[in-house]
Design a protein around this ligand. Structure first.
Ligand SMILES: NC(=O)c1ccc[n+]([C@@H]2O[C@H](COP(=O)([O-])OP(=O)(O)OC[C@H]3O[C@@H](n4cnc5c(N)ncnc54)[C@H](OP(=O)(O)O)[C@@H]3O)[C@@H](O)[C@H]2O)c1
Length: 290
């Protein structure tokens, strides 16, 4: 099978001058256990990153907080000098503590430091897209984001960042950010079983803003559903790939960036996500959400 950016599942997406393949790759779990420290298999991590780019994927998601610095350093080692058209998406807004926690770090000087850390560890002069990560591990937390987002908008004006996005954000926080500067994406938790953002996705689709679901396969608790397994058994791709196909068909503004350690799973996801689900399959899968 020959794969190019235009034949990857979903083709490409453009928003505010930012163009990526809808099928991307999320690098978070390439760090050690708990997203701390070096990878268990350094060469395997480098290999899967190179395979992703060889397959035509132009969207890789990372953060200096992963490791910390581990996934950025792996990406740099595997892919620098970066091929034209590859977009490495980062996020700022949290530190790591000695216990592996993610304490918020959203004061202006903390955000500026994280942007510089991402630039340095990735070996870049400008970050393509920076998401302001809000909330905590339990999800979004309401509250004004003005000071933090204005800081990122200032860094954008200074040429350190090309595009801005939001992560783990409420719909109100997304709207507040849009009053300050244009955003090209929102990266929130969403998958077949967790559909709190249905309304937000539809609104962003009308505004041509990408919605990038993190934990598209359930993250650290992979999706498990007898309905998903039954649809997958009938259609042949494995359940994880069917879950990705469902996301692609859920809305045209949804981008995928499933994580995997395995080149075989990367291929499986990529081939399987391209299947077209019938109306009855979609209805069955829609019924999974709690
Ligand atoms: N903005 C935020 O706050 C935030 C939070 C969390 C994550 N993220 C981003 O979201 C990205 C994706 O999240 P994630 O990687 O944690 O979760 P995920 O994509 O939902 O799931 C990854 C898990 O699914 C497994 N998997 C993948 N393909 C599979 C297949 N075909 N068959 C069976 N298992 C399969 C992987 O195992 P194998 O390695 O064995 O394939 C891995 O354990 C991250 O890389 C990160 O960049 C952002």
């Amino acid at each position: 099978m020959t794969v190019t950016p235009t034949t990857l599942p979903g083709g490409t997406w453009t928003s505010g001058g930012f163009t990526v393949t809808k099928f991307g790759y999320g690098a978070m779990q390439l760090a050690g256990p708990g997203v701390m420290g070096p990878p268990a298999d350094h060469d395997g991590a480098v290999a899967v990153l190179r395979e992703a780019v060889d397959l035509g994927i132009t969207h890789i998601d990372t953060s200096a907080a992963y490791g910390p610095f581990v996934t950025n350093q792996l990406i740099r080692e595997a892919l620098h000098p970066y091929p034209d058209g590859l977009h490495i998406v980062t996020k700022v807004g949290a530190n790591r503590d000695a216990q592996g926690g993610w304490p918020p770090a959203r004061k202006p000087d903390e955000l500026r430091r994280q942007v510089e850390e991402n630039l340095e560890t990735l070996g870049l002069d400008v970050l393509d897209l920076v998401n302001l990560r809000l909330g905590d591990a339990a999800g979004p937390v309401a509250g004004s984001i003005a000071e933090a987002f204005e800081t990122l908008a200032g860094l954008q004006q200074q040429g350190r960042i090309r595009h801005l996005g939001m992560s783990n954000a409420t719909a109100e926080q997304v709207a507040e950010a849009q009053q300050i500067a244009p955003i090209v994406c929102v990266q929130n938790m969403y998958n077949l079983a967790h559909r709190h953002d249905d309304e937000l996705i539809d609104r962003l689709a009308r505004e041509n803003i990408a919605y990038v679901p993190f934990f598209p396969l359930g993250g650290f608790s992979p999706l498990q559903s007898s309905v998903l397994s039954a649809v997958a058994t009938r259609l042949n791709p494995p359940p994880m790939a069917v879950a990705l196909a469902w996301l692609l068909q859920r809305s045209p503004n949804i981008l995928l960036f499933p994580g995997t350690w395995s080149v075989a799973d990367l291929w499986e996801n990529l081939v399987g996500a391209a299947i077209t689900l019938s109306a009855s399959d979609l209805a069955a899968l829609d019924g999974i959400a709690v």
